[in-house]
Design a protein around this ligand. Structure first.
Ligand code: NAD
Ligand code: MG
Length: 346
């Protein structure tokens, strides 16, 4: 497992560079991390190549990779060079993919600057890009040479992005740590202790990924909330309505899937109620209409965890505990979504 360091970047980055002997360094940024995070990095680095791309998921495709590979090639990067990915999950996944494939793979380090990337995307070695409208369709598993987490990069992050990343923290607590779940659910978003929660989430994810790096079994528990959540997220992309951030869709997914677990008698009423009330208090209402339900259910068939047409979910089976590969029928999913819509009406 790669080392994850949570520390001021002014300490962690020079220490990482001193411990290696890279022939050249490239920094990949988007417009926002160029403005908010790169100035601090620049002051710590020797001569390097800066690759700046536009911000947003729409850039996470092969044409942007070509720009990155082209910049590395023009700067004559050899196989001893280093790529530093300074940004959220888009930069991390795509910059990592480019580094993992350039000349069959050069070193790269993730410097995650969103909460989502700090607690999730930068850990575990999944790299890739979107293709023909399918998310993360092309990619590889490769662990970074380092993950350098600078807590204060979160201070410039918009609150909506912070809330979105928090969904993965809630997920990590619900699937793996009942005591931490009890702790976070007593606090609002603005009262959370981010450095402590980031360290906790990284530890949970690393522990799971170490046991199952390529998602043959246990790693699937990290997908709690994501079968329904991804379907809702993808469905909203086809709608003229307001775009949903990933964590906002996962919040819908976690409530709906908690109800599915309750229906299957895997969790009791008190855990269902606590989950539903807390997540709803943080994320509020995502309005789902009658005509939205069939297309959302159809999209769950695309989930990467399924086998054939059988939808398999990661479902809570107790506080801080999660099962995987649980078969779920579309009637159960429909009742789960009805439950979610019922809360919205209150
Ligand atoms: P993102 O990279 O698009 O970042 C969100 C927004 O925040 C962008 O506009 C970005 O420019 C801006 N931003 C980044 N850091 C900032 C800062 N410090 N201050 C101000 N603004 C800042 O999105 P994300 O939510 O970080 O990541 C989503 C991506 O991560 C998706 O593509 C998803 O597929 C991927 N992902 C990957 C994994 C994995 O295991 N590899 C896991 C989860 C998600
Ligand atoms: Mg997720």
């Amino acid at each position: 497992m790669s080392t994850v360091t949570i520390a001021p970047i002014a300490e962690s980055l020079p220490a990482f560079l001193d411990a290696h002997n890279f022939s050249a360094i490239a920094v990949i940024v988007d417009n926002h991390t160029f403005r908010f995070c790169y100035p601090e990095l620049k002051a710590l680095l020797p001569k390097h190549t800066l690759v700046r791309i536009k911000a947003g998921e729409e850039q996470k495709h092969i044409a942007t990779c070509e720009l990155i590979w082209d910049a590395l090639t023009r700067a004559n990067f050899d196989r001893h060079a280093l790529v530093l990915n300074l940004g959220g999950g888009v930069i991390g996944d795509m910059g990592g993919f480019c580094a993992a494939t350039y000349k069959r793979g050069i070193a790269f380090a993730q410097i995650p600057t969103t909460l989502l990337a700090q607690v999730d995307a930068s850990v575990g070695g999944k790299l890739g890009i979107d293709f023909n409208g399918f998310k993360n369709h092309i990619g590889v598993f490769k662990l970074p040479d380092a993950v350098l987490i600078e807590p204060h990069f979160l201070t410039t992050l918009p609150e909506r992005e912070l809330r979105s990343g928090f969904a993965e923290i809630i997920k990590h607590c619900l699937i793996a740590d009942a005591a931490m779940w009890e702790e976070i659910r007593r606090r609002d978003l603005d009262e959370q202790d981010w450095p402590r929660l980031v360290a906790h989430s990284v530890a949970v994810k690393q522990r799971v990924v170490e046991q199952d790096p390529t998602e043959k079994g246990l790693r699937k528990i990290l997908n709690f909330g994501h079968t329904i959540g991804h379907a809702v997220e993808t469905y909203f992309l086809t709608q003229p309505r307001k775009r949903l951030l990933h964590g906002e869709a996962i919040a819908v997914g976690m409530i709906t899937e908690a109800f599915i677990a309750f229906q299957k008698k895997m969790i009791d009423q008190s855990l269902l109620t606590a989950t539903e009330e807390y997540i709803f208090s943080v994320y509020g209402n995502v309005k789902l209409n009658d005509e939205d339900i069939d297309p959302i259910l159809a999209l769950t068939l695309q989930d990467k965890k399924n086998r054939g047409r059988d939808v398999r979910m990661a479902l809570l089976d107790g506080p801080g505990s999660c099962a995987f590969d649980v078969s779920v029928t579309s009637a159960e999913m429909r009742r789960g979504l009805d439950f979610y819509r019922g809360i919205n009406k209150n």
